[in-house]
Write a protein that binds this ligand. Sequence first.
Ligand SMILES: Nc1nc2c(ncn2[C@@H]2O[C@H](COP(=O)(O)OP(=O)(O)OP(=O)(O)O)[C@@H](O)[C@H]2O)c(=O)[nH]1
Length: 318
Amino acid sequence: MWQETAKNNFSAELSTDSSWQELTDGQEISLISQLQTTLDIQQQLDIFAMHVSRVLPMTAVQLQTAQGNFQAAGSKPGRHDYQSELVLEQQLLGQLKYQSNFSFSALIQRQLLLLESEWLYALRNALLVNRLQQMALKDPLTTLGNRRFFDDSFAKAIQLAKRHQQPFALLLLDLDNFKQVNDLAGHSTGDQVLLAVADCMRETLRATDSLFRFGGDEFAVLLQDQDAEHAELIAARLQQHISKHPLLKLHQVGCSIGLAWLGPEQQARDLFHLADEALYQAKTSGKGKVGGGTISFAGIPRPARSLKAPLASLAAAN
Ligand SMILES: Nc1nc2c(ncn2[C@@H]2O[C@H](COP(=O)(O)OP(=O)(O)OP(=O)(O)O)[C@@H](O)[C@H]2O)c(=O)[nH]1
């Protein structure tokens, strides 16, 4: 009887995908076979949410994992909630949180458990793929984005800036006197210094800003939606924060920053070179400085030194 009620109420709750309903009208497609069609965690959750909504109309289904939190499309608060852990072979894959305007009786809970057990293997595979994808885009030491991720993000930022007239700034950061840490205190202390720089970046910048390490002692930041003055202030704050870090002070390591800003009226072409040139000028004028800002847009000639600019990304974006 409750299953009848659940089915009748299905369209009133999380049933945002009409194509799915058409597909399941009159024929039963098993959860397992549907889940096998994708290795995307979000898509698997949406499929799972549709199936559980046939057991009990849900207003929200959320999945928390070590790799991030996901919620089924159309999720909104409900009067009742219920949580469950997804465990496979003693490994905790994640935690599910259901919300519904109907209560979660013991019978419903058992039914949900059955459906959850059908998801476990597919979810474990999706989590594995997701982790591999994340690893391919991350610098293994600091877990900041790597150069490949930067190239993608930079091209996207330029497209967004053009489409929505949204300014953004690019900061290129290079440590000063870093080599001596490796030479005098050893490579693992050098690694600790790099980790401290990554921490300073995370502490100084907003969660929406994108942080990268290109390798060695070279870092980059994409500051979204910032006007030029603000971007300069942020760069100066970051530079100070890094130079005041106890470990960096101990080893007399500072940093130089090159800044270039893309305003609504400006061309994206050569933005990377402008930031690179600003960094070069900061370095050659005595280190520990922030170079560039809006002044860079006056059109400084290409520098002799280069941080291997992502010309392909720029060309594609322009
Ligand atoms: N510990 C550690 N060192 C690294 C890593 N990657 C690159 N390096 C070292 O980082 C150093 C970077 O060299 P430089 O940029 O010339 O060093 P610097 O002393 O900061 O030079 P300036 O920028 O002129 O001040 C080299 O000695 C590399 O061997 C890493 O992952 N860990």
